[in-house]
Design a protein. Sequence first.
Length: 86
Amino acid sequence: MTVPDPGVYISPAQMYQEVRGLSETVGRIESKLDGILDDAKDLRKDFADHENRIRTLERGRWPLPALAGVTGMGSLGVALYALISR
């Protein structure tokens, strides 16, 4: 006859130690998540600041192509005038 497997016995002290270890691990993870969330808030503020700065630069840059076009047309006009006045 075979002897039945008695199974695994975990004492209450071992169970308590395991639960205690898990509790400490969860506490460390929670504190790390708090730090990450604080950093994410700072990143959002920086992102918003960068976005505003880029928009300001874009608004100030639009006259440059228009100015180049006007200058080109003026140069063409002067060149045509010089050609015709000969």
